[in-house]
Write a protein that binds this ligand. Structure first.
Ligand code: NAD
Length: 260
């Protein structure tokens, strides 16, 4: 379905981003991986994608906290592959703390990665998409783009902002064959979720099991984590012709969380 297209997926060395990159490669797209992690493991992941799906895969360690590196990543992808046809703004970080104790440098970092990086990447990728008359921009938002939880002021602010950015850019690009949407998962079992358990235990004075049952899955009526493959399948659908009239949407995949 996506033969000849190139997908740039930020934050794709693990979790949701890696699942999206692999799913797009399975459909024939060349993929650009990005994010941090063990160099040998990333090299193995990249090689496995090329071998398994007969596509080209390249990895860039560009830091999404740095606007110049975000822009350069888009430009380098265009130089190497000829285009960024599909842009998935997925890199994200989390910090959990009461607002009065929230470290300002964590606020700045979180907004830079989760909200400003998508802006810089979109800004750099849009001219090429407009010129070709086709593009797909998918932003990994969150249930926290629709509702809030305590102790996540920066994350909730950034994800609400990302949903707004999605809508504004969707309107601008609607006449150009470019769709812009966000996917808003509830809790997906990834390292990002696992890593916030200790901070939440501390902030709320709970055990690990209590955090999983009473905090993480408390809001998710299905009482099950979303899987990374389910999120990836929605991203693939958004890249299909069947989804050409879906734009500016904030698509919930949250086990019913935001229906409450
Ligand atoms: P993850 O920690 O497994 O993956 C995050 C990815 O972002 C990694 O590849 C990491 O290296 C990369 N990254 C972090 N900082 C970066 C930076 N400065 N520059 C480049 N790459 C950077 O987490 P995940 O759960 O797969 O999260 C992916 C996205 O999904 C995030 O935007 C997150 O907010 C969102 N999300 C996650 C969940 C969940 O429950 N896991 C729910 C809703 C939304």
């Amino acid at each position: 379905m996506l033969q000849g297209k190139t997908a740039l997926v930020t934050g794709s060395t693990s979790g949701i981003g890696l699942a999206i990159a692999r799913a797009l490669a399975k459909q024939g797209a060349n993929v650009v991986l990005n994010g941090f992690g063990d160099a040998q493991e990333i090299a193995r992941t990249r090689a496995a994608i090329e071998a398994e799906f007969s596509v080209r895969a390249w990895y860039s360690p560009a830091d999404m906290m740095k606007p110049d590196e975000v822009t350069a990543l888009v430009q380098e992808t265009e130089e190497r592959f000829g285009a960024v046809d599909i842009l998935v703004n997925n890199a994200g970080i989390q910090h959990v703390a009461p607002v009065e104790a929230f470290p300002p440098d964590k606020w700045d970092a979180l907004l830079a990665v989760n909200l400003s990086a998508p802006f810089h990447a979109i800004r750099a990728a849009v001219p090429g998409m407009k010129a070709r008359g086709w593009g797909r921009i998918i932003n990994t938002a969150s249930a926290h783009s629709r509702v809030a939880s305590p102790f996540k002021s920066a994350y909730v602010a950034a994800k609400h902002g990302l949903a707004g950015l999605t809508k504004a850019v969707a309107l601008e690009l609607a006449p150009h064959g470019v769709t812009v949407n966000c996917i808003s998962p509830g809790y997906v079992w990834t390292p990002l979720v696992e890593q916030q358990i200790p901070d939440t235990m501390k902030a709320r004075g709970l055990s690990r099991d209590e955090v999983i049952r009473d905090v993480l899955l408390a809001a998710q009526p299905t009482k099950a984590f979303v899987t990374v493959d389910q999120v990836a399948a929605l991203a693939v659908f958004l890249c299909s012709d069947a989804a050409s009239q879906i734009t500016g949407a904030n698509l919930a995949m949250d086990g019913g969380w935001t229906a409450q």
